[in-house]
Design a protein around this ligand. Structure first.
Ligand code: GLS
Length: 831
């Protein structure tokens, strides 16, 4: 696709239509792109044509900044952060790029003059769903902050052809369909066919002695693929820095297998190509044990080796010796998904660069840092040895060697404690033997961090305790944060304007400035404007809910929201127990004076997670009964928003009154939705879990609805023979709720449908819903009471925003830069 080269506005002020920022330059650029890229003119252009013409207009301006950034980095040769993550959830790009570049207004006007509504183009964009949830979204917030803080950084990952599945709700059930996000093309990406690397798999290794008498290893793979770079520019806010998200797409090593082709096996040759591409075909949903293990390990190796080879290519251009690789690059492992990088870097240094073991190990251990994102045992990755051996024979050899040297050290340190070596070993020796990726990550990294204070503490006390005792100096905490650009400015423009007017500009990149709001918390006029902003977002969400679900909700009701992945530990079903409790109260006394509430749920369940899917069914079943019940008379509404995404989140967070963060204490590593809600003035009802603890500390206990057992009490309760029955028998409201579910009331009389859920609650209740029920209900009653007092509520809401500054991802990234990566900003001037 060639674009014509007329880059100067004809007869204008010399502003290039490729780079100009004025309304006129943007208007001309848009028409130019519509004509020369899309081959359309205004009268016949589809929405897709117009969207793309605008995207290319914005992209041209991004590329301008990108080139300046590359030039700057080439000259300065700065230390660079490489973020390795199997998942990214960046959300739609258009709105954010316009905002970060500061050309929203001229663009809106330019389009208006052509009779086009900017919002409709922004709404049209399909987002890349290249992640499961919080972990992938955190990576995207980090990219935003890295660019905004002007830190040289590249984010590496996989360009899945199909991202996280699309969720439909049919007859109350989750139905998965494929996410064909690339179907209409992706205007934000730039393919780099010349940047590609070999990816070997399978086969065997050969050990030999070279002419100089040195020991060498050759890996003779069974197959070789290629990974090709596909780049997306990531612009910072109000700066010229454009960093790179470089995602790898798998291809056959040669477009067609010529050998097979020459033999006349044309179809065999094509099939080989197709098979190679399957590596980057689809993102695996998490919480689904066992499925696609082989392909997932392949994906991890695939993107890790391409990324490390890419860093080595860049490193060569600096002229620095390979022994100083770790001075040029600092590589963050986003969970254990890229942990194979420890063995892969060793392999590249030993087998390709012929470093001796100790030097290679020194470089490796000074390159990587590891972030742990979960304490859940099922999420700690382990690979069966035979699988590992068959795919990555050379890596397994290297891992054995790393392990044997490491265990020697351990035995020396703890000569009378043989169990400890077993516990610390990379290899889990209980049959069938496994490779523990978290152990490989800990041993190969110079820093290890959790994602909230409580989580980092629990890591040291539980899953990584032996490592902590061995290397306490490696352990850190980096409490998560989220970007205020997307989650405040872009999704809540009314709030943005009010903040600008009250505090002036600057808070968007220095969120602590929100403290200035405290002075206005009791000002009745300010309070009134605050409520108007919220009211306007609630109306907007009501419109979306109507469009998506056909349900009418009332903006004057309390919006009580829980959006996140569906998981037992997140306890969406505890929320349901409350809804049914309120329902029963109304049924017992239809004249009851009750605060009208709209309960909004959203989130996907892993396709193979039966209990989570049953929870979705129950939410929809309760919605069906409650929403149409005449006694309820609209005072309770329940909505399940299908296919929750970043885009949908941008409607939801600003509209919420109450944010539900009700996980069993000790289970949610951090949570980030909790921060997005609070930034938009929602009040939290939550347990002392993850980052809730710190949010509560900062916003003030009196502005946070706390309930439930803390992490210590949870472990004690479980250790001392927890008996959910006792709670059931002791609490009449609870008993009524459970009995109603069990009776088949929400399943048209079918008592079996929700039986597994009821049985689990009564017999095991591993997530302690029944233990927390009474306190939760009492706390929800306090929420209602507070909502009846608008002055008090608004004050609490304002103070939440005023004191949420710490939870900007800018703060998190600044801490990573200072404490782990040791990198400095490198400002970029526009060429
Ligand atoms: C997660 C945790 O479950 C979240 O609590 C956390 O906020 C997020 C980012 O650190 O990481 N871990 C995970 O595997 N998925 C997540 O969302």
């Amino acid at each position: 696709m060639t674009k014509h080269n007329n880059t100067t506005k004809p007869g204008g002020n010399g502003e290039s239509i490729r780079t100009g920022m004025s309304e006129e330059a943007i208007r001309l650029a848009f028409l130019d792109n519509l004509f020369y890229v899309q081959g359309r003119f205004l009268e016949v252009a589809s929405l897709d044509d117009k969207y793309k013409a605008l995207a290319y207009t914005v992209r041209d301006r991004l590329l301008h900044r990108w080139v300046s950034t590359i030039r700057t980095y080439q000259q300065a040769n700065p230390r660079t952060v490489c973020y390795l993550s199997a998942e990214y959830l960046p959300g739609p790009f258009m709105g954010l790029n316009l905002l970060n570049m500061g050309i929203e207004e001229p663009t809106r006007k330019a389009l208006q003059s052509l009779g086009i509504d900017l919002e409709s183009l922004i709404a049209y964009e399909q987002e890349p769903g290249l992640g499961n949830g919080g972990l992938g979204r955190l990576a995207a917030c980090f990219m935003d902050s890295l660019a905004t803080l002007q830190i040289p950084a590249t984010s590496y990952g996989i360009r899945y052809e199909f991202g996280i599945f699309q969720q439909d709700i049919r007859n109350g059930e989750q139905v998965e369909t494929t996410d064909n996000w690339l179907h209409y093309g992706n205007p934000w990406e730039v393919r780099r066919p010349q940047i590609s690397y070999d990816v070997k798999i399978g086969g065997h290794t050969e050990h030999y002695t070279n002419e100089q008498g040195l020991h060498r290893v050759r890996w003779v793979p069974h197959e070789t693929f290629r990974g090709v770079a596909i780049d997306t520019p990531i612009l910072g806010h109000d700066v010229n820095t454009v960093n790179l998200m470089r995602l790898w797409r798998a291809e056959a090593a040669e477009a067609l297998d010529f050998h097979a082709f020459n033999e006349g096996d044309y179809y065999g040759a094509v099939l080989r190509e197709v098979r190679s591409e399957t590596i980057s075909k689809v993102l695996y949903p998490n919480d689904a044990p066992e499925i696609g293990k082989r392909l997932r390990l392949l994906q991890q190796h695939f993107f890790v080796t391409c990324s490390l080879q890419d860093m080595m290519r860049v490193h060569r251009t600096t002229g620095m010796p390979i022994e100083r690789f770790h001075e040029k690059f600092t590589v963050q492992l986003n969970d254990t998904h890229p942990a194979i990088a420890v063995a892969e870097l060793m392999r590249l240094l030993l087998d390709n660069h012929h470093l001796d073991w100790d030097t290679a190990w020194h470089v490796t251990r000074h390159t990587f840092a590891y972030t742990n994102h979960t304490l859940l045992p099922e999420a700690l990755e382990k690979w069966p040895i035979p699988l590992f051996q068959s795919l990555l024979p050379r890596h397994l050899e290297i891992i054995y060697e790393i392990n044997s040297r490491f265990l020697d050290e351990v035995r020396q340190r703890y000569p009378f404690d043989p169990d400890r070596a077993q516990r610390l070993s990379i290899i889990d020796e209980t049959l069938p033997r496994h490779v523990r990726m978290a152990h490989l990550a800990c041993i190969g990294s110079f820093a290890i961090n959790g994602v909230a204070e409580l989580h980092s503490q629990l890591l040291k006390e539980t899953v990584l305790r032996d490592f902590y005792e061995l290397w306490p100096e490696k352990f850190q905490n980096k409490t998560n944060g989220v970007t205020p650009r997307r989650f405040m400015l872009l999704s809540n423009p009314g709030l943005g304007s009010l903040l600008n007017e009250t505090l002036g500009h600057g808070w968007e990149t220095d969120l602590e400035q929100l403290r200035g709001l405290e002075a206005h918390a009791d000002d009745p006029a300010f309070q009134e404007r605050w409520r108007q902003v919220k009211r306007q977002r609630k109306e907007a969400l009501a419109g979306e809910v109507h469009k998506l679900c056909g349900i009418d909700i009332t903006p004057t009701s309390l919006y009580d929201v829980q959006v996140k992945r569906i998981h037992e530990y997140k306890r969406q079903h505890l929320n349901l127990l409350h809804i049914i409790t309120l329902y029963n109260r109304i049924k017992r006394n239809p004249a009851l004076d009750i605060v009208p509430r709209t309960f909004i749920f959203g989130g996907k369940s892993a396709p193979g997670y039966a209990m989570a899917k049953l929870i979705i069914r129950l939410i929809n079943a309760v919605a069906e009964m409650v929403n149409r019940d005449r006694d309820v008379a609209g005072r309770l509404k329940v909505v399940f928003l299908p296919n929750f995404s970043v885009k949908l989140g941008q409607w939801v967070y600003p509209a919420a009154d109450i944010s539900q963060q009700i996980s069993t204490a000790g289970k949610e590593a951090s949570g980030t939705g909790n921060m997005k809600f609070s930034m938009n003035g929602a009040l939290t009802i939550g347990t002392l879990d993850g980052a809730n603890v710190e949010i509560r500390e900062d916003v003030g206990a009196e502005n946070f609805f706390l309930f439930g057992l803390d992490a210590d009490a949870v472990s004690h309760t479980l250790a001392n023979g927890y008996r959910p029955w006792d709670y059931y028998n002791a609490n009449q409201e609870l008993k009524d709720v459970i009995d109603l579910i069990a009776s088949g009331f929400f399943a048209h009389g079918d008592r079996s449908l929700f039986q597994p859920l009821v049985d689990h609650l009564l017999q095991h209740d591993s997530y302690l819903l029944l233990a927390d029920y009474a306190d939760y209900i009492a706390c929800q009653d306090q929420v209602s009471a507070a909502y009846r007092d608008p002055q008090r509520w608004t004050r609490m809401s304002i103070l939440n925003v005023a004191r949420i500054g710490k939870f900007s991802s800018d703060r998190t990234i600044a801490e990573y830069c200072r404490d782990i990566w040791k990198v400095q900003p490198v400002p970029v001037k526009l060429d």
